[in-house]
Write a protein that binds this ligand. Structure first.
Ligand SMILES: C=C(CC[C@@H](C)[C@H]1CC[C@H]2C3=CC[C@H]4[C@H](C)[C@@H](O)CC[C@]4(C)[C@H]3CC[C@]12C)C(C)C
Ligand SMILES: C[S@@+](CC[C@H](N)C(=O)[O-])C[C@H]1O[C@@H](n2cnc3c(N)ncnc32)[C@H](O)[C@@H]1O
Length: 356
């Protein structure tokens, strides 16, 4: 091979690798690059051990006895998955029903805007995002409502990511992010004009505890909406396949135990809320929320190869391959939960705090 052919072959190979890692890598336009995958706040050399600890804790969620330990393990989980989520899904860590003729991005935004429309806030009012992730919903909601949004997440790394995204989006005047436990929030009583939680309170060992905290920080008369992860009335605890799917969802998503749909309103009433409306947003005629997960399968295989290469050459922390594999399996359990309709990630409950 002469020098010119060698040069062009080399350039072609280098371009191909760049395209595979950096262009194909981020499934979402604004997602993270594969080359930036990290263990969040966990140092690279500890990722594998932390994954093992996580796995032994959540392997049998129904047997979790020490509820106090759950928030710490949830924090570890988000250190392990946050970059992979952003890389492969985007900045909103939740599902939404598909909408014919609309992109996933638009369907996600509409699902988020619906939450803030339900709590009827006015521009300039202060609202709380309970379990805010890296702030995808918070930014959509602040732009749509012009309310001031305060987000809380237990994960320090997500706080940093959310603040960076807020600044880059020019929304840092409207969006604030606090690191803390939603079971003991660092806010005074009667602070907020409204609150919402999107697929986050499912991490609470006892739903009443997080609902009681939200109730405490809301102003009397204001509204709270939540999109809850639940088993539906189609779930049969005697059916082995149903149990396998639900346990698969629990372990791959750091859940101390999925609740039945009928437990949600009960928990809300127990802490003093009036239930204004309750509806499973996944139920027909809504289009399936799990199609996006299933459609991504080819990309997950590609991601799997990318993660293996990056981990082998020391760019991604060791352990990233295990975490990715766990998510890969979880995607399958979630799709099965959706298809069989035994599971919903969007059981919506709208509540009001009494006037006092
Ligand atoms: C509300 C929660 C998270 C919900 C979803 C945002 C995530 C649940 C499963 C995640 C994923 C599964 C497969 C991954 C894939 C193998 C990888 O290549 C790219 C990222 C995934 C698609 C990842 C993205 C986020 C999820 C869909 C829970 C935790 C309460
Ligand atoms: C699946 S993510 C959803 C994030 C966001 N609502 C969204 O839709 O993009 C769940 C969020 O709940 C947060 N969370 C879980 N347990 C928490 C706790 N005890 N205190 C505060 N945040 C918590 C996680 O850190 C994460 O940000």
């Amino acid at each position: 091979m002469d020098g010119v052919a060698f040069f062009f072959t080399g350039a072609l190979v280098a371009g191909g690798i760049y395209w595979f890692l950096c262009v194909l890598g981020p499934a979402e336009r604004k997602g993270k690059r594969a080359l930036d995958l990290s263990g969040g706040s966990i140092s690279a050399e500890k990722v594998q051990d932390k994954y093992k600890q996580y796995w032994s804790f959540f392997r049998r969620p129904k047997e979790i006895e020490t509820a106090e330990k759950v928030p710490d393990f949830v924090d570890t989980f988000y250190n392990l998955v946050t970059d992979i989520y952003e890389w492969g899904w985007g900045q909103s860590f939740h599902f939404s029903p598909s909408i014919r003729g609309k992109s996933h991005r638009d369907a996600t935004r509409l699902h988020e805007e619906m939450a803030v429309d339900l709590i009827q806030v006015k521009p300039g009012q202060k609202i709380l995002d309970v379990g805010c992730g890296v702030g995808g919903p918070m930014r959509a909601i602040a732009s749509h409502s012009r309310a001031n949004v305060v987000g809380i997440t237990i994960n320090e790394y997500q706080v940093k990511r959310a603040r960076d995204h807020n600044r880059k989006a020019g929304l840092d005047a409207l969006c604030e992010v606090v690191c803390g436990n939603f079971l003991q929030m660092p806010f005074d009583d009667n602070t907020f004009d409204g609150a919402y939680s999107i697929e986050a309170t499912c991490h609470a060992p006892k739903l009443e505890e997080v609902y009681a905290e939200i109730y405490r920080v809301l102003k009397p008369g204001s509204l709270y909406v939540s999109y809850e992860w639940v088993t539906t009335d189609k779930f049969n605890a005697e059916d082995e396949e149903h149990v396998e799917v639900i346990q698969g969802i629990e372990r791959g998503d750091a859940l101390p135990g999925l609740r039945a749909y009928s437990d949600i309103a009960e928990a809300a009433k127990k802490v003093g809320f009036q239930v204004v409306k309750e509806k499973d947003l996944a139920a027909p005629p809504a289009e399936p929320w799990w199609t996006r997960l299933k459609m991504g399968r080819l990309a997950y295989w590609r991601n799997h190869i990318v993660v293996q290469i990056l981990s082998a050459v020391g760019v991604a922390p060791k352990g990233t391959v295990d975490v990715h594999e766990m998510l890969f399996k979880t995607a399958d359990f979630l799709s099965r939960g959706g298809e069989t309709e035994i599971f919903s990630p969007m059981h919506m409950i709208l509540c009001r705090k009494a006037m006092s």
